[in-house]
Design a protein. Structure first.
Length: 130
């Protein structure tokens, strides 16, 4: 084995709980019976646009789904991660994020609106923040 078992365990969890789960979720959006806002946007873009337009639509959705899946894995505890802040303090992301990182990323208000420099789609623009 070229990596120690702990690193291999991390990689396995990352691939299965984040990568594979994100692919599965995005694949579901392609099913004809799926009616979520993302799926509707993809189908409209496919019907009305060029391949480039379709890709410009789906790329941020896929990236956000993957980040959301990563944050969900941290929130629910299957991926236990810590972060070293610029202050040098070690932060337990699950504990400090209060199990709500994915909500703060995708909800209202959200970190995408605050920090993203690239496009993203707000699936619920009419939902007010608390």
């Amino acid at each position: 084995m070229w990596l120690n078992a702990d690193v291999e365990e991390f990689i396995q969890i990352l691939i299965q709980q984040v990568r594979d789960a994100s692919i599965e979720s995005n694949d579901a959006r392609l099913r004809p019976q799926y009616r979520g806002p993302t799926s509707i946007r993809w189908k409209e873009s496919l019907a009305n646009g060029s391949p480039e337009s379709l890709l410009r639509t789906v790329i941020p959705d896929i990236v956000d789904e993957t980040i959301g899946t990563l944050l969900w894995a941290i929130d629910e505890g299957s991926l236990k991660l810590s972060y070293t802040a610029s202050s040098g303090r070690l932060v337990d992301l699950n504990a400090s994020g209060l199990g709500e990182l994915v909500g703060w990323y995708m909800g209202k208000p959200n970190f995408r609106e605050r920090f993203a420099k690239q496009r993203f789609w707000d699936n619920f623009p009419d939902v007010a923040a608390d």
